[in-house]
Design a protein around this ligand. Structure first.
Ligand code: HEC
Ligand code: HEC
Length: 199
């Protein structure tokens, strides 16, 4: 484990310790019962307050199911979700996906750097908006970026850039172009301030 992923894990373990959470799944449980297990980390209705934990409320069913499948198989890297996802059947996952899709994505507004957010908005328009529509609020087949936790967004982008998480082909083209044309990986930072700050 690298130093940064260890640091990332520590932030999550602190949350688990604080909530005394267990991750056991029960057969035949209702979607609400299943979702309760997720609440300790992802917030009661899937809107997170932990920096390294994403909000899962309102995610599209397709994206939610794909994420869980990829965590289960190890295709998508994770600190804790790989282990958690293995505890659920395809039916459980589909039920939870439908449950969380109906919940609103709460955006209390994170502190972001206003100048960076402004620069990020222009970059996002050119490099991201074609797929992450409506300020990143539309998550059909992609993650919701608008109001997502800032550290989580940075970790996710690192995973794509480091080749740990496989980007979609056209997404990779945009990522490569951004890095090449806008002065390297640092160009993602203003974009992240922009998306995290969307209300
Ligand atoms: C121990 C804390 C914890 C628990 C419990 C937990 N998660 Fe997660 N979840 C995370 C973290 C942290 C991530 C980011 C990936 C990682 O590092 O594992 C994540 C990521 C996700 C994502 C990806 C979201 C995105 O935008 O791509 C989904 C979907 C998800 N979790 C669903 C669930 C579901 C469903 C449950 C309950 C069955 C659950 N999680 C329980 C901590 C948790
Ligand atoms: C061609 C379409 C496309 C473009 C352009 C695109 N993305 Fe994405 N993005 C996706 C898809 C598809 C996923 C889901 C990948 C997966 O998990 O399989 C995604 C996922 C993400 C995630 C992870 C979300 C989560 O909850 O884990 C982040 C962060 C992200 N994109 C940021 C960006 C940024 C920043 C840009 C612009 C520089 C961008 N994307 C441009 C298609 C795109």
């Amino acid at each position: 484990m690298t130093k940064s992923s260890f640091h990332r894990l520590l932030r999550i373990v602190a949350i688990v310790g604080a909530t005394g959470l267990t991750t056991s799944a029960f057969a035949q449980a209702s979607p609400e019962m299943l979702a309760n297990t997720c609440a300790g980390c992802h917030g009661p209705d899937g809107s997170s307050t932990g920096p390294a934990t994403p909000t899962i409320a309102s995610l599209s069913v397709d994206y939610f199911v794909l994420s869980m499948k990829d965590y289960k198989s190890g295709k998508r890297p994770s600190t804790v979700m790989g282990r958690i996802a293995k505890g659920y059947s395809d039916d459980d996952i589909a039920a939870m996906a439908k449950h969380f899709q109906t919940k609103p994505f709460q955006r209390p507004g994170q502190k972001v750097d206003a100048d960076k957010a402004k620069a990020g908005k222009a970059l996002a328009k050119k490099y991201c908006e074609s797929c992450h529509e409506d300020e990143g609020k539309v998550g059909e087949g992609v993650g919701v970026l608008a109001g997502q936790m800032l550290p989580y967004l940075l970790y996710s982008i690192d995973d794509f850039l480091d080749g740990k998480r496989e980007p979609e082909k056209r997404q990779k083209v945009k990522f490569d172009a951004l890095v090449k044309e806008q002065g390297g990986r640092g160009a993602f930072e203003p974009i992240v301030h922009y998306y995290a700050g969307v209300k």
